[in-house]
Design a protein around this ligand. Structure first.
Ligand code: ADP
Ligand code: ZN
Length: 765
């Protein structure tokens, strides 16, 4: 830190030998203190220190050895020269990477993320570069040998033993790289004589890092292109114009479920690949199914699929392959937006509304906005696809910032499925008698199975009972570390917190009044599974939620079973709502459409609408058609009503005025500050302090940023920490950031209290 204060000291003339002859490197660290700090570059490192390499430098009074990223090399004539005090810099000790780990375009992107999401640059760079790349996973330092200079010409005149001669002859007659062991094996000797020749200077050696194993990219049987319909053709034409002209444009491809969006992406990517460029396709993690991979691998030779089950070494290998330009298409979740493509031509974000595109730890970036910035910076088109776009994207499209491409019809003129609601208020008596499946839904399931169709049942709550309550004193069993009711799981007879995974044995009596007649109520997927199994004893059922899909590969296996028709009823959480394309699904049942409708979150309606519309879209994809039944306590709600009509535009028209009234996104901008501590009073004290400083900064800067709170967060306690939050809102972009940056310098930390800033928050709980 004493280094940073040096920046501000004007250099005295006698401190500089030669005013213009200096070279400094600006360094950031991935942990506190983050920097940046400037160091001088010793002459011997001048040619190898570049932005994007890691260096070792001494830090602070104790000269602690630290590893940091070089983000800039600055000389006397650099535009940043004035910000450097070249007279008093400590020198860089050593350099860790022979080549930059991150290219200039990604480094620019890192700068933007750091500024926009208020996250230290070093931490952002650390997020961009996979850990396996940073610590050389899957590679090994190896020694290679070759004949010393001139040895080949003197082979006949040198005085050598027969074995030595044979070793050198073998080595000289091959252009291949040898390791000492390979050469010894080939000649049929030990490594001893080879070492002797190395000592004599007749064999030269060098070492370098090599990949221990390659991870071949699997290929699929190629399939031919489909003939696009006119809507698909028109959409492709618009995107292609910008690919040909090399210009940036962000498209919203708004297409109903099953309208053939993916086919359009593939054709656009083909164009990009023909130009020798690369494309990135981002999908929600749960959509990285074999079906998705196969679709891309069947159309392109070199597709890298970056999913969460890759080992660090595999991920590092893919990263190197991508950086080397050996990959045409990268398909992956959120972080694939950081793929180091040398010549990016297109980015696609499928299911762009999906919440998983926002990272929930620092840097709290949204892949959609990162993609937008990257596409702009690299002058390429970005395609955002969805049947239920986020209102942020929709609003930008309405304003003309984005260009809308509409696919209004399903492919092959298949109709959208008919959606009907079942009013649970009317049927509530029935619910009590028959459980979670209303009589109507039961009849429809029976019918669908009889006609040899398949059924999908959605319930967005896992576990067996979502509430464990004492009927006598009313006490609800909650997690000791979080203010969250525990969920009863019958497998393992336990009660589990869905936030922190805290588990206790299934309670036998109330923990407050010790009453033994404790009640398990509220419906989770486990209970639904046993109810359905009891109702349809001869029908093969499968449950799909994070509890049953923990093992790598289980998701794939489950979907394969469903595809083959072995499983007739697939039930589960939102995992089953997205992207699946199974023509034989003739019925979708939504067990309770209201699970998310009443959460204290301004996006509750949008999420409910999206979920119901998405799951409804899983049916009617074959000749047999399809039908959807939605059980709800709120059949009149705008979200539910619009979902039954597959009417996104109607939903948006009903929802947007409310957002506008409260200046919520997409009209205003939001940031959320969360303060947490194990000690309630300290959290509260810090929340008040931060709020005061923010208010003062907001007033001083006068940018129209308003502050709401602080108040206790809806989830008051999480993982043992009490939580307070406040919301900052403004009508202008980037203004909240200015206020927070201004306040940050004044906020004094309190021991045992953490606080985080979440720009454009998705999680309001
Ligand atoms: P979306 O992503 O919009 O839900 P998909 O791209 O998954 O839709 O397409 C749904 C189904 O229609 C897929 O099985 C796909 O192969 C098929 N399909 C797409 N375009 C065409 C087309 N032009 N002709 C025939 N079938 C098509
Ligand atoms: Zn908990």
């Amino acid at each position: 830190m004493d280094q940073q204060s040096l920046f501000n000291v004007q250099p005295q003339p006698w401190q500089l030998d030669d005013q213009d002859d200096w070279l400094a490197a600006r360094i950031v660290f991935s942990g506190a203190p983050f920097g940046p700090y400037d160091y001088s570059i010793p002459a011997k490192l001048e040619s190898s220190v570049k932005p994007g390499v890691r260096v070792q430098v001494p830090l602070g009074r104790g000269n602690r050895k630290m590893t940091g990223y070089c983000i800039d090399v600055i000389g006397a004539f650099h535009e940043l020269a004035k910000t450097v005090n070249p007279g008093r810099l400590k020198p860089i000790e050593s350099i860790l990477d022979p080549k930059p780990l991150i290219n200039p375009a990604l480094l620019r992107l890192a700068h933007w993320i750091s500024d926009y999401y208020l996250c230290p640059l070093g931490q952002v760079i650390d997020t961009i570069i996979p850990p396996g790349v940073r610590n050389n996973s899957g590679t090994r330092e190896m020694t290679f040998i070759s004949p010393a200079k001139g040895v080949a010409e003197q082979l006949d005149t040198l005085k050598l033993s027969k074995l030595q001669k044979s070793i050198l002859t073998t080595l000289c007659s091959s252009v291949q790289d040898w390791t000492p062991r390979e050469l010894a094996e080939t000649v049929g000797c030990t490594q001893g004589p080879i070492s002797t020749l190395r000592k004599k200077g007749l064999i030269a050696s060098s070492s370098r890092r090599v990949q221990q194993k390659t991870h071949e990219i699997p290929r699929e049987k190629r399939i031919a292109d489909l003939t696009l319909n006119s809507e698909q053709e028109a959409a492709l034409g618009e995107i292609a114009q910008h690919i040909d002209a090399n210009t940036h444009r962000t498209f919203l491809m708004h297409g109903v479920t099953g309208s053939g969006k993916t086919e359009v992406y593939i054709r656009a990517i083909q164009k990009v690949v023909e130009f020798g460029r690369q494309a990135i396709v981002l999908v929600p993690e749960i959509s990285l199914t074999p079906q998705t991979r196969q679709r891309f691998r069947a159309r392109f030779d070199r597709v890298a699929v970056l999913h969460s089950h890759l080992t660090a070494a595999q991920r590092a290998w893919h990263w190197q392959q991508i950086a080397a330009g050996n990959v045409q298409v990268i398909v992956g979740a959120r972080s694939a937006i950081f793929a180091p493509t040398p010549n990016l031509g297109l980015v696609v974000l499928d299911e762009e509304h999906d919440g998983s595109f926002k990272q929930d730890k620092a840097p709290r970036y949204h892949a959609r906005d990162v993609a937008d910035w990257r596409a702009k910076n690299e002058n390429i088109p970005l395609v955002l696809g969805s049947a239920t776009p986020s209102l942020e994207t929709w609003h930008r499209a309405e304003k003309g910032t984005y260009e809308t491409l509409s696919l209004k019809k399903r492919v092959l003129d298949l109709p959208l499925p008919d959606v009907a609601t079942i009013d649970l208020r009317v049927d509530f008596g029935g619910m009590k008698r028959f459980g979670p499946i209303s009589q109507k839904l039961r009849q429809e399931i029976t019918q669908a199975i009889k006609n040899d169709g398949q059924v999908i049942l959605l319930l967005n709550r896992r576990g067996f009972s979502t509430r464990i309550q004492c009927p006598s004193c009313g006490h609800v069993e909650t997690c000791p570390d979080c203010s969250i009711p525990l969920t009863h799981h019958v497998s393992g007879n336990k009660a589990v917190c869905h936030y922190c995974d805290h588990q206790i044995p299934e309670p036998k009596r109330c923990s407050e009044c010790k009453n033994p007649s404790i009640r398990f109520s509220g419906l989770g997927t486990q209970r639904l599974e046993s109810t359905v199994a009891a109702m349809f004893p001869d029908v093969p059922i499968m449950r799909m939620d994070t509890d049953t899909m923990r093992k790598p590969g289980s998701h794939e296996k489950a979907l394969a079973k469903f595809r083959s028709g072995e499983t007739k009823i697939l039930l589960g959480t939102q995992m089953i709502a997205k992207g699946l394309d199974f023509p034989n699904v003739t019925l979708v049942g939504v067990i309770n459409a209201d699970t998310a409708l009443h959460l204290p979150d301004f996006r509750a309606s949008e999420r409910s609408f999206g979920l119901v519309t998405q799951v409804a879209g899983r049916t009617g994809r074959g000749e047999k058609g399809g039908r959807v039944l939605v059980q709800t306590f709120c059949p009149g709600d705008n979200a539910i009503q619009a979902a039954t009509r597959h009417d996104f535009i109607g939903f948006a028209a009903g929802e947007l005025p409310q957002r506008e009234e409260f200046a919520y996104p997409p009209f205003g901008f939001l940031a959320r500050i969360v303060i947490r501590s194990e000690i309630l009073s300290k959290a509260e004290q810090m929340a008040d302090h931060i709020a005061e400083e923010i208010e003062a900064s907001a007033e001083a800067l006068d940018l129209g940023v308003s502050v709401l709170g602080p108040s206790t967060a809806p989830v008051e306690k999480l993982r043992g920490k009490f939580r307070f939050h406040m919301l900052l809102s403004s009508m202008g972009e980037n203004e909240i950031q200015k206020v927070i940056r201004h306040a940050q310098t004044k906020i004094k930390s309190i021991d045992e209290v953490q606080w985080i800033v979440d720009i454009d928050p998705q999680d309001m709980l």
